[in-house]
Design a protein around this ligand. Structure first.
Ligand code: NDP
Length: 455
């Protein structure tokens, strides 16, 4: 059988681009990639990157206030959303260009259009052209999911936030996960009155209970109005505002309603169902450890597989796929001990087991330090940082680390190296502190706050 290309990648996001680049530049493969929107995918165009830049923008009012406490004669002026958006657009265009030139330099042929799969080795482009590929990689990512409630079309999602012409004066954010909490802090920092409605008892389900409580308390202390056990049941237009009906206490009128209620894999309409590719309950493509689907020539990486929906994980899945199929180096992406950060203010950095997960596995010691960081204490703030280590009583290994503090994302990356290497609490203890820092708490916690879990 002859093929036009060795690999056809559908989707120009983090996972697809990495796989295409490695297959072409290191695996010597003939590679084509189709992207129907903008190169870079969720992370670059409407996720991690613009979000993080908004986090930076939103932190300045607090920093300027603190600067006054340090003796600087400064006051925050007005924030210009149009000016910020113009700069953001420019930066995204630059990044998009970098992704594109990375592919071109690796010898990848780019098709700026939608592509679907016709059979196990044929990709059909939107203009009707057919390309025969030895292998096909689906890396089409995901999209925001909005529950089917009356008036759902009045809501925006994280996709639209970056495209707003003006910031609303007030917003209701629905959901209590990564995106809901991050945007609550961002929009609050930019001067928007933020109300958050979450259907459960406490936001950030799945994270360590003490850490999520700490983040929620800090968000409330900053003025974000969090309503737990409250879910929006309907939206309707009410003049210039949107009226939200809700169970619990979050009902009312808001200038905008932002839904952050999870994401769905982009699998519909790709033509995969009749070919025998299998799907999970959330619509995700089911793959094995090598990212191979039930159809041997078709693979899938990233959010479309709904394993761990994080950019660095998609990149590693794409890289492992390319190594396996095109470099003769079979390997699985490692999904164990993946560190992550929620860019709330303060940030939450996490790696490994939560206290409850660890206690369910056996006896653990829990080390906790809460304190007011020097920098903000001096400025008269009440903010508290939380550092937490969960240690197996038998092996002494650190099973989990959870940090709520400014720059927790930076700190957890470094702690994760030690934990991935299997560091014990005694390894942490014999590491000399860097003083004065917040992170020194990681190596100076002497006695456990408690011992939990049964032998
Ligand atoms: P999450 O899964 O984190 O959170 C979804 C939230 O929506 C949960 O609070 C969930 O409640 C709630 N929810 C789900 N369905 C409904 C419903 N029908 N009605 C009401 N509430 C509902 O998803 P996000 O959209 O926030 O983020 C998607 C993924 O993207 C994350 O899981 C993460 O992997 C990734 N991401 C990573 C970031 C980072 O690394 N900093 C930043 C942003 C996203 P419940 O808890 O009750 O299920």
């Amino acid at each position: 059988m002859t093929f036009d290309v060795d690999l056809f990648v559908i989707g120009g996001g983090s996972g697809g681009v990495r796989a295409a680049r490695i297959a072409a530049s290191e695996g010597g493969a003939r590679v084509a990639l189709a992207e129907e929107y903008r190169m870079g995918g969720t992370c670059v165009i409407r996720g991690c990157v613009p979000k993080k830049l908004m986090v930076f923008a939103s932190a300045f009012p607090g920093q300027i206030e603190d600067a006054r406490a340090y003796g600087w004669d400064v006051t925050a002026g007005d924030f210009s959303w149009p000016q910020f958006r113009a700069a953001l657009d420019k930066e995204l265009i630059r990044l998009e260009g970098a992704y594109r030139s990375g592919l071109v330099n690796a010898g990848v042929t780019i098709h700026d259009c939608r592509a679907t799969v016709e059979d196990a080795h044929t990709v059909k482009l939107a203009d009707g052209r057919r390309i025969r590929a030895k292998h096909i990689l689906i890396a089409t990512g995901g999209r925001p999911f909005v529950p089917d409630i009356p008036g759902a079309d009045l809501a925006i999602t994280s996709n639209e936030v970056f495209l707003l012409d003006a910031l609303p004066a007030s917003v209701l954010i629905v959901g209590g996960g990564f995106i809901a909490c991050e945007f609550a802090c961002i929009l609050h920092g930019l001067g928007v009155k933020v109300t958050l409605a979450y259907r459960g008892d406490q936001v950030l389900r799945g994270f360590d209970d003490e850490a999520r409580g700490h983040v929620a308390d800090a968000m409330r202390a900053r003025g974000i109005d969090i309503h737990c056990n409250s879910d929006v049941t309907a939206l309707e237009r009410d003049g210039t505002t949107i009226r939200a009906s809700a169970t619990g206490t979050a009902g009312g009128s808001y200038d905008a309603v932002l839904y952050a209620t999870g994401r769905k894999p982009n699998t519909e309409g790709l033509g995969l169902e009749p070919l025998g590719v299998r799907f999970g309950a959330n619509g995700q493509i089911v793959v094995d450890g090598y990212s191979q689907t039930a159809v041997p020539s078709i693979y899938a990486v990233g959010d479309v597989t709904d394993r761990i929906a994080l950019t660095p994980v998609a990149i590693r899945e794409g890289h492992a796929f390319a190594d396996t199929v095109f470099k003769g180096q079979p390997r699985k992406a490692d999904h164990d001990l993946v560190a992550a950060a929620v860019f709330t203010q303060p940030e939450l950095g996490t790696v490994g087991l939560t206290e409850a997960e660890a206690a369910a596995q056996g006896p653990v010691e829990v080390y906790v330090a809460t304190f007011r960081p020097m920098q903000t204490l001096f400025a008269g703030r009440q903010d508290k940082a939380l550092f937490k280590l969960i240690v197996c009583q038998t092996t002494r290994r650190v099973l989990g680390c959870h940090i709520v503090a400014p720059a927790a994302g930076e700190m957890i990356q470094l702690a994760a190296i030690a934990i991935k290497m299997g560091a014990t609490k005694e390894d942490f203890d014999r590491t000399c502190a860097v003083h004065p820092t917040m992170a020194e708490e990681l190596v100076t916690m002497k006695s456990p706050a408690r011992r939990v879990g049964n032998a």
